[in-house]
Design a protein around this ligand. Structure first.
Ligand code: ZN
Length: 217
């Protein structure tokens, strides 16, 4: 459980007009990790049950520059589209989560090992003596409590993320799959997430048939 809560001194809110519509931007400084994170709130979510939520880990290369070696940017866009389509929801954008927490420089170093030595996303981290996943989802739990969301439907393929949020006192009523199309550049990454990190990616079963040997690396 998280004992800390976000204080008003560490929050600023304003409307944010986007191409998708008008969100409430809630910028907050987390009391534990010190990072400045952002929640985008669409529609009415206060004291609501089953709010559609995406907890998204920062990925500069994927989110901003549309890199195709991961699916982060596609997931970010799909989640925002789903929230708008549902009429309400929250996207929590967590900073300091680059490369599952190892940082941008280290992440790009893992890319070198992936490209030159054929290592996957897990082995390329451990080969550099880096942890596979150090992400803390406490800030997301704290902002959802600050927003007084009562329970959530989490858009994720990662059961560990659900357990992490629940351990911080968030009620996760359901997991909503967030599947984006695979391509030849992200296929190895997605397969590693499925086979080594336990992500639910059933759509890969048809895509990988006969293609993995020629993909990636
Ligand atoms: Zn990414």
């Amino acid at each position: 459980m998280c004992d800390l809560s976000i204080s008003g001194d560490d929050v600023a809110e304003a409307d944010l007009v986007t191409r998708r519509g008008t969100f409430r931007s809630v910028a907050f400084r987390d009391p534990l990790d010190g990072h400045e994170h952002l929640a985008l709130v669409y529609g009415e979510t206060t004291m609501r049950e089953n709010v559609l939520v995406r907890v998204h880990s920062e990925c500069v290369t994927g989110d901003i520059f549309d890199a195709m070696r991961c699916e982060c940017g596609d997931q970010l866009n799909a989640a925002l589209d789903a929230i708008v389509q549902a009429g309400s929801g929250v996207l929590v954008y967590l900073r300091g989560h680059e490369g599952r927490g190892i940082g941008l420089v280290a992440k790009v170093r893992t890319h070198v090992l992936q490209d030159h030595d054929g290592l996957d996303t897990v082995d390329s981290a451990t080969a550099l003596d880096l942890p596979v996943d150090t992400r803390d989802f406490g800030p997301a739990a704290r902002v959802l409590k600050y927003l007084r969301v009562r329970s959530i439907r989490l858009m994720s393929n990662n059961s560990d993320k659900i357990h992490a949020l629940e351990s911080h006192g968030i009620t996760v009523a359901a997991r909503v799959p967030l599947l984006v199309p695979a391509n030849d550049h992200n296929l190895r990454y997605l397969v590693a997430k499925r086979d080594r990190l336990g992500h639910h990616l059933p759509h890969l079963d048809t895509f990988t048939h006969g293609r993995l040997d020629s993909a990636g690396a």
